[in-house]
Design a protein. Structure first.
Length: 403
């Protein structure tokens, strides 16, 4: 192997894929492709997994144990979870799904070369390590639109002109709906990543995430109840901390359950957004949640903001009354747009794809702007929605506000 040159061996059965890989590798400085008839070791092996995959897995295992290459990447048109899990167990550096994403392959190879050249440089895709912001959305109760808010905030961030790198995690224990809301199918979920946390590196984590057409990277929750593995807070802390080095923003849909894992996420979060709708049960729950945070000692008061979803004018409980009861200003208000929201959910698309000019889509764009160069987590919007005219509140409302 030549000094300063990374030698790549390509073992693929599909001629079109081989040709495409050769074109990609040839376009990157510092790489050379090893001839098929050449003897000797390589710096990197790209191996295509076919049917049956067991034979290719065995070959990869033998090559790895023999030290014949510094890194192995799989490529395949097969994306069954079993294949990716086996790759994790083997310590494979990454996975290139077919058809190939040329830009992703190129960035991954550049990153691999950077790691091999000097591990102390901590280079990822040609740039310094990031220090991503973790923004967690927590529901005051079920059905208040926490997932809708998380999905559309994440998509709005990822779609901005300054192109921040954004990940969306569905941290519901099981049967989360993020994938459904985005119309995607993911081979991995966060439980599978957590199971293999000791084998996790930047390249493989990026392979485990599903890339949405908006540029958003998604790690969903399990689609079925899992047994035999219990993720603990330390594992989640490791996973999230690692993701911070790769992304500018990590948006977490935390659901509405305050278990030990949720507490660990809250501790790590730079900002927690509590989502509620202007109904008395939600407001009561919201107050209880905020009181619980105070008793726990985290997240701190200045790291918690409240978002009013499905807001309507002349509601029974006004924004001013809510703020008085909670002793906290409403950070942001999202309008009640049942038609567009239900269309987005049923079609598996973000709101901006349903109608980018709608008020609710524009609101999510404005919310995303608060966390970019135009704003940062914790800043209040300059203009809050107009407060409806004062009305006489119900006896229940009056009693609640006096408590």
């Amino acid at each position: 192997m030549s000094k300063g040159i990374s030698v790549v061996k390509i073992l693929v059965k599909t001629d079109a894929i081989r040709k495409e890989l050769e074109e990609i590798i040839s376009s990157i400085d510092g790489f050379a492709i090893q001839r098929d008839d050449a003897a000797g070791d390589s710096d990197l092996l790209i191996l295509e997994i076919g049917e049956p995959p067991e034979r290719d897995f065995l070959y990869a295992s033998v090559i790895k144990k023999a030290g014949r290459t510094k890194g192995i990447f799989f490529t395949s048109a097969l994306t069954a979870p079993e294949i990716l899990l086996e790759a994790l167990k083997l310590g494979i550096k990454g996975f290139f799904p077919q058809p190939l994403d040329r830009q992703y392959v190129k960035e991954t190879l550049v990153n691999f070369r950077g790691d091999q050249k000097d591990n102390t440089e901590n280079k990822i895709s040609g740039s310094e390590l990031k220090s991503g912001q973790i923004i967690t959305l927590f529901g005051s109760k079920g059905g208040v639109g926490t997932t809708t808010a998380a999905v559309n905030l994440a998509v709005s961030l990822a779609s901005r002109k300054d192109a921040p790198k954004v990940a969306l995690l569905d941290m519901n224990p099981f049967l989360g709906e993020v994938s459904m809301f985005l119309g995607i199918e993911s081979a991995f979920d966060w439980i599978e990543v957590a199971k293999n946390i000791d084998r996790l590196d930047a390249t493989f984590l990026m392979s485990a995430l599903t890339l949405h057409e908006s540029g958003l990277y998604v790690l969903p929750s399990p689609v079925s109840i899992t047994e035999g593995f219990q993720a603990n807070p330390q594992v989640l802390e490791t996973m999230l901390s690692f993701m911070q080095t790769l992304f500018d923003y990590i948006i977490v849909d935390s659901g509405q359950f305050l278990d030990d894992n949720a507490k660990a996420i809250l501790k790590l979060s730079h900002l927690t957004l509590l989502v509620f709708i202007p109904s008395l049960p939600c407001i009561i729950n919201l107050k209880r949640i905020m009181d619980t945070f105070y008793k726990l000692g985290y997240p701190s008061e200045n790291a918690v903001e409240i978002i009013a979803n499905r807001s309507i004018r002349n509601a029974e409980v006004s924004p001013k009354e809510i703020e008085t009861a909670l002793k906290k200003s409403i950070f942001f208000t999202l309008p009640n747009d049942y038609r567009n929201t239900m269309s987005a959910i049923n079609l598996g698309k973000p709101l901006m794809e349903i109608d980018s000019r709608s008020e609710i889509a524009q609101k999510f764009s404005a919310l995303a702007a608060l966390f970019t160069k135009e704003g940062k987590p914790g800043e209040k919007p300059v203009v809050l929605p107009e407060t409806p005219k004062k009305r006489k509140a119900s006896l229940f409302v009056n009693n609640f506000f006096k408590s």
